[in-house]
Ligand binder design. Structure first.
Ligand code: SF4
Length: 275
């Protein structure tokens, strides 16, 4: 039987070219998370002492693991969920975040796009019928999350973007020579005047499969409900599949590719910030 790369005991988890026993896998995930907080590969800490961090929790596995880890490591957090009112998808998401909040005795603030902001997403989609729904929804979510963060006067907003998200977004941007995306696809987006709150991605060193395995191992609940507006397979998901295919042939290349981009970020940095 194959052995764990850390302790030599029989391995039960095979991910990203590495083999672990369950205990060492947990240590590996938590070590990567700590290294992300310290800013490995980007040479800039994501979280400073005394920072108050708003965690944007959707109810999916990534944001639930992020919430769990920030809580486990005793960071000063304010969990926030934005209810989009997308039928069963949103109902399940609210259920999962409420249940987890009760389990760890940490209050989650739930905002409703309809009741708190007077936005009916169906109406918005109808008015913007020539634009992809995810693009419209994404802009509104980012705007509202930033607005909530400004109102709550937090130091930063943490989101559950992982290594696969970062690497696939980079590859897709390179294929399209999309310098705008390449200039800002980092785990840390600094604040801008009094308009944009600092944004951080503390899971940027952890792959999709690692986060799923970690959530399942620790019994962290998450929703697997698919958004009703996610039509077909979006380009980013296809790019992720292609990257994972290459990663199977050339072990670790996904990580090397993304960290290489992060280390060379000055190549794409823009002087002017566009709001
Ligand atoms: Fe919004 Fe659904 Fe698209 Fe996600 S999948 S951006 S929730 S419309």
């Amino acid at each position: 039987m194959a052995k764990c790369v850390r302790c030599g005991k029989p391995a039960t988890i095979y991910l990203e070219g590495l083999r672990f026993c369950e205990d060492c896998f947990k240590i590996h995930v938590e070590r990567e998370f700590e290294e992300a907080i310290e800013g490995h590969a980007i040479e800039s800490r994501l979280i400073n002492a005394n920072d108050r961090i708003m965690v944007a929790v959707s109810g999916g596995k990534d944001s639930m693991v992020l919430w769990y880890l920030l809580h486990k490591f005793n960071f000063n957090i304010v969990p926030v969920h934005l209810n989009l009112h997308y039928g069963v998808f949103s109902e399940k998401s609210v259920e999962v975040v409420k249940k987890f909040s009760e389990k760890i005795s940490k209050k989650v603030l739930i905002y409703s796009v309809i009741e708190d902001f007077g936005i009916n997403m169906e109406d918005v989609f109808r008015k913007a019928k020539n634009r992809p729904r995810c693009a419209v929804c994404g802009v509104i979510k980012r705007y509202l999350i930033n607005k909530i963060a400004l109102d709550l006067k937090v130091d930063s907003v943490a989101t559950g973007h992982n290594l696969d998200d970062g690497a696939a977004t980079t590859l897709k941007a390179i294929l399209n020579w999309d310098f705008n995306t390449l200039s800002r696809n980092y785990p840390l987006t600094p604040p801008y005047k009094d308009k944009l709150v600092k944004r951080i991605k503390p899971l940027y060193r952890l792959a999709d499969a690692e986060l799923k395995a970690y959530a399942d191992l620790l019994g962290i609940d998450y929703t697997t409900e698919i958004c009703p507006y996610k039509i077909g397979r979006v380009t980013l998901s296809k790019t992720k599949d292609i990257l994972n295919e290459i990663n199977t042939q050339f072990k670790g290349v996904k990580r090397t590719f993304y960290y290489g981009y992060l280390r060379n970020n000055t190549l794409f940095k823009k002087d002017e910030v566009e709001l």
